[in-house]
Ligand binder design. Structure first.
Ligand code: ADP
Length: 456
């Protein structure tokens, strides 16, 4: 499987997992929301029914007759109800009066039973084919003959007369039962409406989740893909860099082996070439290993105070001979007081020495290189300034890339690996310092390192 396929497959897998998890969360919250909506509607409806039943109950109880056959009194106090077993001819006002302002009044009905559960009176709008005997459970939900669902609440009625007979058993204290019910048509319609919203909204939400998952997984894979490509590029560059000295080394060895006995005196010169190429290889591999160890942070040696004055004096002294050979005037400028920073001394040496080596290498005969140290507030600024060939503006951003060379051939010939500035930048980053370049072609370059100072 090539890397492109691998990344595509990983992205698809990631997107699927995203979609699955988000879909599950969405379904659970949708279901939870649906249940809580339906339950709160149901609870509100039951509260309303209880309150209507309570109001009716309180206004009816004082008026209830004591007689065994209460129909005559009921006809008087509840003229809007039909009496059981008699022709029904009423004007609906009572239920309407008691439900005024609460809800749609026509959806409610009431029924009155005597204490033995025999139907006495009922609203004309009660559901068709309701049984004439009482079901005593307080809450009931049922399907009527017309297919509509109803919900009803039953409560006990006591008459003033019955309350006076306090020594009688409690079943005989009750005058009868008041039943209040309502159609669930509006409730069911509302529930259906919520279900429809979910049925239509859920696939749309899932679709959006799918798209956003794909997009998000793309975003998540991007840095990994970029880093993978950088690694690939790095490996390709490293292989390329290793190939040239290795090929030249092998060619020289082959030439030595085929050398006729008469030309044996050439061997030392050829071996010198072998040695040079071998050193170049070893240098390159050492640089690569060092860069890798810097990036992996594999030597977590604690930072220590380092005196930058000493560092610059030592390095200028060290490079003086090289500069003299190249006919370059190397000088340094450091403040009178010591400037300390926290860091890894050998790495800081490596950083500044790479900058000075480059400055000498890319400055023509008779030029000058100046290394300076100054303190600006809490920052130490080391500048390596040369009067060399300079770097074109458009390439200044890339000189810190691994193996990047402004003039490939030229710096390769001078023995450069193209890793010097990449190493310097990695060290700077490790010390939370800023390394930057300003340069003008033909005028020279200034590399500056800004690093926080520490009180010694
Ligand atoms: P190299 O080993 O080739 O010197 P570096 O990483 O040190 O690699 O530098 C990268 C490139 O930046 C060099 O090839 C060179 O072209 C350019 N460069 C670095 N320092 C200077 C400088 N002081 N003056 C001009 N060019 C420079």
């Amino acid at each position: 499987m090539n890397s492109h396929q691998l990344f595509r497959r990983s992205r698809t897998r990631l997107a699927l997992w995203y979609a699955l998890v988000m879909g599950a969360i969405l379904s659970l919250s949708g279901l939870g929301m649906y249940r809580s909506l339906v339950q709160s509607n149901w609870a509100a409806m039951e509260r309303e029914m209880e309150s209507i039943a309570g109001t009716l109950h309180d206004s009816l109880e004082p008026m209830l007759p004591a007689s065994e056959d209460p129909t005559a009194v009921l006809r008087r106090i509840l003229p809007e109800l039909c009496l059981a077993g008699q022709p029904c001819n009423t004007s609906p006002t009572l239920i309407q009066r008691h439900t005024t302002g609460i809800s749609d009044r026509s959806i409610y009905y009431i029924r009155l039973f005597d204490h033995s559960g025999k139907l006495l009176a009922f609203s004309p709008n009660q559901p068709p084919s309701l049984p004439k005997t009482l079901n005593r459970s307080p809450w009931q939900t049922f399907h009527a003959a017309n297919g509509v669902r109803y919900h009803q609440f039953t409560t006990i009625l006591h008459s003033a007369y019955a309350n006076h007979q306090a020594n009688e058993p409690s079943s005989q204290l009750s005058w009868g039962y008041l039943q209040i019910g309502r159609t669930l048509a509006t409730f069911d319609a509302e529930t259906k409406r919520i279900q429809w919203i979910l049925v239509i909204g859920f696939p749309i939400a899932l679709l959006l989740v799918g798209f956003s998952s794909w997009w998000l997984s793309g975003l998540a894979m991007q840095p990994i893909y970029q880093s993978y490509q950088q690694q690939q590029q790095f490996i390709a560059n490293a292989a390329h860099e290793l190939r040239s000295p290795l090929a030249s080394l092998l060619a020289t060895v082959e030439a030595i082996l085929r050398l006729p006995p008469t030309n044996q005196h050439n061997i030392p010169v050829m071996l010198q070439t072998v040695e040079r190429q071998g050193r170049r290889l070893s240098h390159l591999i050492a640089d690569l290993l060092f860069l890798t160890s810097l990036e992996q942070n594999s030597s977590p040696k604690p930072f220590q105070p380092c005196c930058l004055n000493d560092l610059i004096s030592d390095l200028t002294e060290e490079f003086l001979e090289l500069a003299t050979i190249a006919d370059i005037h190397l000088t340094h400028q450091i403040p009178n007081h010591d400037v300390y920073v926290l860091g890894n001394e050998s790495q800081l040496y490596r950083l500044v020495s790479n900058l000075i080596a480059n400055a000498i290498q890319y400055t023509t005969l008779g030029g000058s290189v100046m290394v300076s140290l100054e303190q600006r507030d809490r920052t130490a600024v080391i500048a390596v300034k040369d009067t060399g060939i300079g770097i074109p503006t458009e390439q200044q951003g890339r000189v810190f890339d691994r193996f990047y060379r402004v003039d490939g051939d030229r710096s390769r010939k001078t023995g450069g690996t193209g890793l010097g500035l990449a190493i310097a930048q990695a060290i700077a980053q490790k010390h939370q310092a800023i390394l930057k370049v300003e340069s003008q072609v033909g005028q020279g370059s200034i590399f500056t390192l800004e690093i926080a100072i520490v009180n010694n």
